[in-house]
Design a protein around this ligand. Sequence first.
Ligand code: SF4
Length: 323
Amino acid sequence: MEPVLKVENLKKYFPVRSLLRTIAWVKAVDGVSFEIYPGETFGLVGESGCGKTTTGRTILRLIKPTSGRMIFGGRDVTKLKGKDLMWFRRHAQIMFQDPYSSLDPRQTVFNTIMEPVKFHGITVDNPEDFVIRLLESVGLNEMHLYRYPHEFSGGQRQRIALAKILALKPDFVVLDEPTSALDVSVQANILNTLKGLQKKYGFSYLFISHDLGVVKYMSHRMGVMYLGKLVEVGPSKKIFENPLHPYTQMLLSAIPVPDPELARTKKRMEVKGEPPSPINPPKGCRFHPRCPLAKAGLCDGKEPSLIEVEKNHYVACWLYENP
Ligand code: SF4
Protein backbone atom coordinates (compact mmCIF):
# COMPACT_ATOMS: atom_id res chain seq x y z
CA MET A 1 0.00 0.00 0.00
CA GLU A 2 1.27 3.48 -0.90
CA PRO A 3 1.66 5.84 2.08
CA VAL A 4 -0.44 9.02 2.19
CA LEU A 5 2.59 10.87 3.51
CA LYS A 6 6.27 9.99 3.37
CA VAL A 7 8.67 12.13 5.39
CA GLU A 8 12.33 11.76 4.41
CA ASN A 9 15.20 13.07 6.52
CA LEU A 10 13.28 16.18 7.57
CA LYS A 11 15.31 18.89 9.32
CA LYS A 12 14.25 22.18 10.83
CA TYR A 13 16.91 24.42 12.37
CA PHE A 14 16.09 27.81 13.91
CA PRO A 15 18.78 30.50 13.99
CA VAL A 16 19.99 31.98 17.29
CA ARG A 17 20.88 35.59 16.59
CA SER A 18 22.99 38.11 18.42
CA LEU A 19 23.76 41.60 17.07
CA LEU A 20 22.14 40.65 13.73
CA ARG A 21 24.47 37.67 13.34
CA THR A 22 23.55 33.99 13.51
CA ILE A 23 25.68 32.57 16.28
CA ALA A 24 24.14 29.08 16.55
CA TRP A 25 21.29 26.88 15.36
CA VAL A 26 18.54 25.23 17.41
CA LYS A 27 18.23 21.78 15.84
CA ALA A 28 14.52 21.32 16.61
CA VAL A 29 14.05 18.51 14.07
CA ASP A 30 17.20 16.77 12.94
CA GLY A 31 16.69 14.08 10.31
CA VAL A 32 13.26 12.53 10.90
CA SER A 33 11.80 9.92 8.51
CA PHE A 34 8.49 8.03 8.68
CA GLU A 35 5.41 7.16 6.62
CA ILE A 36 1.69 7.34 7.32
CA TYR A 37 -0.70 5.02 5.48
CA PRO A 38 -4.36 5.55 4.46
CA GLY A 39 -6.69 5.32 7.46
CA GLU A 40 -3.77 5.07 9.87
CA THR A 41 -2.95 7.10 12.99
CA PHE A 42 0.76 7.63 13.59
CA GLY A 43 1.48 8.89 17.11
CA LEU A 44 4.44 11.15 17.88
CA VAL A 45 5.50 11.30 21.54
CA GLY A 46 8.29 12.74 23.61
CA GLU A 47 9.03 15.31 26.32
CA SER A 48 8.36 19.04 25.76
CA GLY A 49 10.90 20.50 23.37
CA CYS A 50 11.72 17.20 21.63
CA GLY A 51 10.56 18.60 18.27
CA LYS A 52 7.25 16.80 17.79
CA THR A 53 5.14 19.94 17.26
CA THR A 54 7.77 21.47 14.98
CA THR A 55 7.71 18.24 12.94
CA GLY A 56 3.91 18.49 12.50
CA ARG A 57 4.02 22.16 11.53
CA THR A 58 6.94 21.71 9.15
CA ILE A 59 5.17 18.84 7.39
CA LEU A 60 2.21 21.14 6.77
CA ARG A 61 4.53 23.90 5.49
CA LEU A 62 3.38 26.23 8.27
CA ILE A 63 7.10 26.64 8.80
CA LYS A 64 9.72 26.18 6.12
CA PRO A 65 11.86 23.05 6.41
CA THR A 66 15.64 23.45 6.48
CA SER A 67 16.05 20.29 4.37
CA GLY A 68 14.45 16.93 3.65
CA ARG A 69 11.39 15.91 1.65
CA MET A 70 7.70 15.30 2.38
CA ILE A 71 5.92 13.30 -0.32
CA PHE A 72 2.14 13.71 -0.33
CA GLY A 73 -0.10 12.47 -3.14
CA GLY A 74 3.02 11.72 -5.20
CA ARG A 75 4.29 15.32 -4.96
CA ASP A 76 7.19 16.77 -3.00
CA VAL A 77 5.46 19.22 -0.67
CA THR A 78 8.69 21.13 0.00
CA LYS A 79 8.67 22.38 -3.60
CA LEU A 80 4.97 23.29 -3.97
CA LYS A 81 4.00 26.85 -4.82
CA GLY A 82 0.86 28.79 -5.83
CA LYS A 83 -2.08 26.59 -6.88
CA ASP A 84 -0.25 23.38 -6.01
CA LEU A 85 0.38 24.63 -2.48
CA MET A 86 -3.33 25.58 -2.20
CA TRP A 87 -4.21 22.01 -3.26
CA PHE A 88 -1.97 20.68 -0.49
CA ARG A 89 -3.45 23.06 2.10
CA ARG A 90 -6.93 21.77 1.29
CA HIS A 91 -5.99 18.11 1.60
CA ALA A 92 -3.74 18.36 4.68
CA GLN A 93 -5.23 20.05 7.72
CA ILE A 94 -4.34 20.69 11.37
CA MET A 95 -6.28 20.70 14.63
CA PHE A 96 -4.52 22.89 17.20
CA GLN A 97 -4.17 22.36 20.91
CA ASP A 98 -5.85 25.54 22.11
CA PRO A 99 -9.57 25.67 21.30
CA TYR A 100 -9.75 29.24 22.64
CA SER A 101 -7.35 30.86 20.20
CA SER A 102 -7.93 28.66 17.13
CA LEU A 103 -11.35 30.21 16.34
CA ASP A 104 -12.04 33.83 15.34
CA PRO A 105 -14.15 35.33 18.19
CA ARG A 106 -15.95 37.69 15.75
CA GLN A 107 -17.23 34.94 13.44
CA THR A 108 -20.33 32.82 13.92
CA VAL A 109 -20.01 29.05 13.64
CA PHE A 110 -21.59 29.22 10.17
CA ASN A 111 -19.04 31.78 8.91
CA THR A 112 -16.15 29.98 10.59
CA ILE A 113 -16.95 26.76 8.75
CA MET A 114 -17.83 28.38 5.41
CA GLU A 115 -14.75 30.61 5.26
CA PRO A 116 -12.26 27.92 4.11
CA VAL A 117 -14.92 26.40 1.84
CA LYS A 118 -15.24 29.72 -0.02
CA PHE A 119 -11.49 30.31 0.06
CA HIS A 120 -10.83 27.01 -1.72
CA GLY A 121 -13.62 27.67 -4.25
CA ILE A 122 -15.72 24.67 -3.20
CA THR A 123 -19.35 25.01 -4.29
CA VAL A 124 -22.12 23.71 -2.06
CA ASP A 125 -25.81 23.79 -3.06
CA ASN A 126 -27.24 24.75 0.29
CA PRO A 127 -24.59 26.19 2.64
CA GLU A 128 -26.84 26.13 5.69
CA ASP A 129 -27.72 22.43 5.24
CA PHE A 130 -24.07 21.68 4.49
CA VAL A 131 -22.89 23.27 7.77
CA ILE A 132 -25.69 21.66 9.80
CA ARG A 133 -24.68 18.20 8.49
CA LEU A 134 -21.07 18.89 9.45
CA LEU A 135 -22.08 20.05 12.92
CA GLU A 136 -24.17 16.92 13.41
CA SER A 137 -21.29 14.69 12.40
CA VAL A 138 -19.14 16.18 15.20
CA GLY A 139 -21.85 16.05 17.88
CA LEU A 140 -23.31 19.61 17.58
CA ASN A 141 -26.57 20.68 15.93
CA GLU A 142 -28.36 23.46 14.05
CA MET A 143 -29.03 25.40 17.27
CA HIS A 144 -25.31 26.21 17.29
CA LEU A 145 -25.22 27.59 13.72
CA TYR A 146 -25.24 31.34 14.45
CA ARG A 147 -23.56 31.35 17.83
CA TYR A 148 -20.12 32.82 18.57
CA PRO A 149 -17.09 30.94 19.99
CA HIS A 150 -17.40 32.55 23.47
CA GLU A 151 -20.76 30.79 23.88
CA PHE A 152 -19.11 27.35 23.76
CA SER A 153 -17.07 25.21 26.14
CA GLY A 154 -13.52 24.09 25.23
CA GLY A 155 -14.74 20.67 24.04
CA GLN A 156 -17.45 22.24 21.86
CA ARG A 157 -14.91 24.62 20.33
CA GLN A 158 -12.71 21.67 19.38
CA ARG A 159 -15.79 20.13 17.73
CA ILE A 160 -16.30 23.34 15.71
CA ALA A 161 -12.63 23.24 14.69
CA LEU A 162 -13.18 19.64 13.61
CA ALA A 163 -16.28 20.55 11.55
CA LYS A 164 -14.20 23.25 9.83
CA ILE A 165 -11.58 20.63 8.93
CA LEU A 166 -14.24 18.18 7.73
CA ALA A 167 -15.72 20.81 5.39
CA LEU A 168 -12.60 20.50 3.20
CA LYS A 169 -12.64 16.67 3.10
CA PRO A 170 -8.90 16.32 3.78
CA ASP A 171 -6.91 13.09 3.43
CA PHE A 172 -4.51 13.87 6.24
CA VAL A 173 -4.88 15.75 9.55
CA VAL A 174 -2.21 16.73 12.07
CA LEU A 175 -3.74 16.53 15.55
CA ASP A 176 -1.45 18.65 17.70
CA GLU A 177 -2.26 17.79 21.34
CA PRO A 178 -5.98 18.16 20.47
CA THR A 179 -7.28 17.28 23.91
CA SER A 180 -4.56 18.41 26.30
CA ALA A 181 -6.32 21.74 27.06
CA LEU A 182 -9.61 19.97 27.86
CA ASP A 183 -11.07 18.47 31.02
CA VAL A 184 -10.47 14.74 31.33
CA SER A 185 -14.21 14.02 31.08
CA VAL A 186 -14.38 15.78 27.68
CA GLN A 187 -11.16 14.30 26.29
CA ALA A 188 -12.57 10.81 25.78
CA ASN A 189 -15.56 12.17 23.84
CA ILE A 190 -13.35 14.12 21.45
CA LEU A 191 -10.98 11.18 20.96
CA ASN A 192 -13.89 8.88 20.19
CA THR A 193 -15.30 11.41 17.72
CA LEU A 194 -11.89 11.56 15.99
CA LYS A 195 -11.78 7.76 15.80
CA GLY A 196 -15.34 7.60 14.45
CA LEU A 197 -14.58 10.16 11.74
CA GLN A 198 -11.46 8.26 10.73
CA LYS A 199 -13.48 5.08 10.35
CA LYS A 200 -16.15 6.88 8.32
CA TYR A 201 -13.93 8.99 6.03
CA GLY A 202 -10.63 7.06 6.06
CA PHE A 203 -8.53 9.99 7.33
CA SER A 204 -4.87 9.53 8.15
CA TYR A 205 -3.78 11.26 11.36
CA LEU A 206 -0.47 12.41 12.76
CA PHE A 207 -1.31 12.42 16.46
CA ILE A 208 1.10 14.54 18.51
CA SER A 209 0.96 14.21 22.28
CA HIS A 210 3.04 14.01 25.43
CA ASP A 211 0.34 11.79 26.98
CA LEU A 212 1.33 8.17 26.36
CA GLY A 213 -2.01 6.78 27.50
CA VAL A 214 -3.82 8.83 24.87
CA VAL A 215 -1.30 7.89 22.17
CA LYS A 216 -1.77 4.21 23.02
CA TYR A 217 -5.53 4.58 22.65
CA MET A 218 -5.38 6.51 19.37
CA SER A 219 -2.38 5.28 17.38
CA HIS A 220 -1.81 2.25 15.20
CA ARG A 221 1.92 2.97 15.01
CA MET A 222 4.02 5.47 16.88
CA GLY A 223 7.38 7.19 16.94
CA VAL A 224 9.25 8.28 20.06
CA MET A 225 11.23 11.52 19.65
CA TYR A 226 14.21 12.64 21.67
CA LEU A 227 16.06 15.89 21.00
CA GLY A 228 14.92 16.21 17.38
CA LYS A 229 15.40 12.53 16.41
CA LEU A 230 13.20 9.45 16.28
CA VAL A 231 14.66 6.85 18.65
CA GLU A 232 11.98 4.16 18.36
CA VAL A 233 9.27 3.50 15.75
CA GLY A 234 6.81 0.63 15.55
CA PRO A 235 3.29 -0.63 16.16
CA SER A 236 1.95 1.06 19.33
CA LYS A 237 0.92 -2.28 20.85
CA LYS A 238 4.45 -3.67 20.45
CA ILE A 239 6.11 -0.56 21.88
CA PHE A 240 3.83 -0.52 24.92
CA GLU A 241 4.29 -4.24 25.54
CA ASN A 242 8.00 -4.33 24.86
CA PRO A 243 9.70 -0.91 24.71
CA LEU A 244 13.24 -1.37 23.41
CA HIS A 245 14.89 2.03 23.69
CA PRO A 246 15.92 3.06 27.24
CA TYR A 247 14.25 6.45 26.72
CA THR A 248 10.93 4.81 25.79
CA GLN A 249 11.29 2.54 28.83
CA MET A 250 11.79 5.66 30.94
CA LEU A 251 8.69 7.38 29.50
CA LEU A 252 6.55 4.28 30.02
CA SER A 253 7.76 3.70 33.55
CA ALA A 254 6.79 7.30 34.41
CA ILE A 255 3.09 6.70 33.55
CA PRO A 256 1.15 6.96 36.84
CA VAL A 257 -0.50 3.73 38.03
CA PRO A 258 -3.95 4.27 39.57
CA ASP A 259 -3.62 1.31 41.99
CA PRO A 260 -1.41 2.34 45.01
CA GLU A 261 -0.36 -1.28 45.63
CA LEU A 262 0.72 -1.74 42.00
CA ALA A 263 2.39 1.68 42.03
CA ARG A 264 4.45 0.62 45.08
CA THR A 265 5.69 -2.57 43.43
CA LYS A 266 6.11 -1.16 39.90
CA LYS A 267 9.72 -1.17 38.72
CA ARG A 268 10.71 2.34 37.72
CA MET A 269 13.57 3.23 35.46
CA GLU A 270 15.51 6.12 36.99
CA VAL A 271 16.87 8.64 34.53
CA LYS A 272 19.14 11.48 35.49
CA GLY A 273 18.78 15.14 34.61
CA GLU A 274 16.97 17.20 32.01
CA PRO A 275 17.15 16.94 28.21
CA PRO A 276 20.29 18.74 26.91
CA SER A 277 20.04 21.83 24.70
CA PRO A 278 19.11 21.20 21.06
CA ILE A 279 21.64 23.91 20.14
CA ASN A 280 24.51 21.65 21.03
CA PRO A 281 23.27 18.06 21.28
CA PRO A 282 25.64 15.54 22.90
CA LYS A 283 28.03 13.67 20.61
CA GLY A 284 27.19 10.04 19.90
CA CYS A 285 23.81 8.88 21.17
CA ARG A 286 21.96 12.05 22.22
CA PHE A 287 20.49 10.23 25.20
CA HIS A 288 23.83 9.02 26.61
CA PRO A 289 24.26 11.67 29.38
CA ARG A 290 20.94 10.48 30.90
CA CYS A 291 20.91 6.82 29.95
CA PRO A 292 21.41 4.34 32.80
CA LEU A 293 22.58 1.70 30.29
CA ALA A 294 25.13 3.91 28.47
CA LYS A 295 28.47 2.27 27.66
CA ALA A 296 31.49 4.57 27.73
CA GLY A 297 33.47 4.51 24.51
CA LEU A 298 30.49 3.26 22.51
CA CYS A 299 27.45 5.43 23.25
CA ASP A 300 29.42 8.70 23.38
CA GLY A 301 31.18 8.01 20.06
CA LYS A 302 29.07 7.53 16.94
CA GLU A 303 25.34 8.27 16.70
CA PRO A 304 23.19 5.10 16.37
CA SER A 305 20.66 4.93 13.48
CA LEU A 306 17.22 3.35 13.47
CA ILE A 307 17.50 -0.37 12.72
CA GLU A 308 14.75 -3.00 12.47
CA VAL A 309 15.08 -5.13 15.61
CA GLU A 310 11.76 -6.98 15.33
CA LYS A 311 9.33 -6.99 12.39
CA ASN A 312 8.34 -3.33 11.78
CA HIS A 313 9.87 -2.32 15.12
CA TYR A 314 12.85 0.04 14.77
CA VAL A 315 15.18 1.38 17.44
CA ALA A 316 18.25 3.64 17.49
CA CYS A 317 20.43 2.24 20.26
CA TRP A 318 23.85 0.58 20.25
CA LEU A 319 22.57 -2.13 22.62
CA TYR A 320 20.78 -3.73 19.65
CA GLU A 321 23.63 -3.41 17.19
CA ASN A 322 26.28 -4.84 19.54
CA PRO A 323 24.45 -7.44 21.64
FE1 SF4 B 1 21.61 4.30 26.10
FE2 SF4 B 1 23.76 3.78 24.60
FE3 SF4 B 1 21.39 2.96 23.80
FE4 SF4 B 1 21.98 5.53 23.78
S1 SF4 B 1 22.95 3.96 22.54
S2 SF4 B 1 20.10 4.64 24.51
S3 SF4 B 1 23.23 5.72 25.58
S4 SF4 B 1 22.47 2.29 25.63
